[in-house]
Design a protein around this ligand. Structure first.
Ligand code: AMP
Ligand code: MG
Length: 310
């Protein structure tokens, strides 16, 4: 606990000086910087090699803080009450007088906002006089980081500090909901579309193919371990890594279980960790057992499809 306090102090010190640091969240680790600072946010893009036209998600401590920068609406309040703090990102209209750096939004009039649940990051946000712009802590298009070690692997000593909050509990990114003005899912994520639909009492649309609502950074290769991925495979080829979700009678050293009993939340939590491990073991090809395309399974399939696009 004492260590946590001194780490939060160190994080605050660096963020106040326009540095980028790694932060833990319940979804994946973030590469965080002062969202009000042009200098700090420009460093995020450089470190991640992220195209400037791919806007960042901004992390707030409270509704009160958010209201300084964004306009809120009824649908937002409903979803906020049900899911926040938690793994959901909202697209809201910016107020004309807001302090968000122009780097964050790529000159858009909307902002992606989130209230992360991880207790250490909440403690840190509470201490700061600004919200944190924090995309996933990985080099652009690569696999997201779900532990301090993963973030170190991505950025080495290019970042000065990583706040260690253990392994990310969910291990998949937030669901992004556009609320400006008509609700639409822009990215599948940790919260199932059906749960969002239940709160909003009307069908929120999500079209996976040619999604005209699709956001920058979502259409092309993403979450990629740099290895070819084949889905819906019953029997893998000899030298392929094989991802499974159900225990088989006969096992093989090339088998990697995301879960042994079809628990898709567990599979989601283990996905990126396992892809990273397979890459380190230098496999040339990955095959994946069929994963049911419902609930969190839909999000896992979405990530696998994007990871396997060549
Ligand atoms: P990540 O790198 O995982 O943090 O991804 C953030 C995602 O949020 C990217 O796909 C962005 O394109 C999306 N995003 C951020 N701001 C906006 C915005 N104002 N409107 C639509 N999508 C956004
Ligand atoms: Mg990302």
């Amino acid at each position: 606990m004492k260590k946590d306090l001194s780490n939060i102090k160190k994080s605050k010190f660096l963020l106040n000086r326009n540095e980028c640091i790694g932060i833990p969240t319940e979804t994946v680790y973030g590469l965080a910087a002062n969202a009000y600072s042009d200098l700090a946010t420009s460093k995020i893009f450089k470190l991640k090699k992220r195209p400037k036209n791919n806007p960042l998600i901004v992390h707030y401590y409270s509704l009160e803080n958010l209201k300084k920068d964004c306009k809120i609406n009824q649908n937002f309040i409903k979803l906020y009450k049900k899911f926040c703090p938690g793994p959901i990102t909202f697209i809201l209209k910016l107020k004309s007088k807001n302090k968000i750096s122009k780097n964050v939004t790529n000159k858009k009039k909307t902002l992606a906002v989130r209230f992360p649940k991880h207790s250490l990051t909440r403690k840190l946000l509470k201490e700061l006089d600004f919200p944190l712009a924090a995309p996933s802590a990985n080099i652009s298009t690569k696999v997201s980081a779900v532990s301090k070690k993963d973030v170190e692997e991505e950025f080495g000593n290019k970042i000065k500090f990583i706040l260690d909050g253990g392994s990310s509990k969910i291990g998949l990114e937030s669901t992004i909901v556009n609320l400006d003005p008509k609700p639409a899912i822009l990215r599948l994520g940790a919260i199932e579309v059906s749960k969002i639909n239940k709160v909003l009492k009307n069908k929120v649309n999500y079209k996976s193919k040619n999604n005209k609502n699709s956001v920058p950074g979502q259409g092309k290769l993403h979450y990629s371990p740099g290895i070819q991925i084949r889905r819906n495979v019953k029997n893998p080829k000899k030298h392929e890594a094989f991802l499974l979700i159900k225990k088989r009678k006969i096992s093989d050293k090339n088998f990697f279980y995301l879960t042994k009993n079809n628990n898709l939340n567990e599979a989601g939590k283990n996905l990126y960790k396992t892809l990273r491990m397979i890459k380190k073991l230098k496999y040339n090809s990955i095959s994946v057992e069929k994963i049911p395309n419902k609930g969190i399974g839909q999000t896992i399939n979405d990530r696998l499809i994007r990871a396997s696009k060549r």
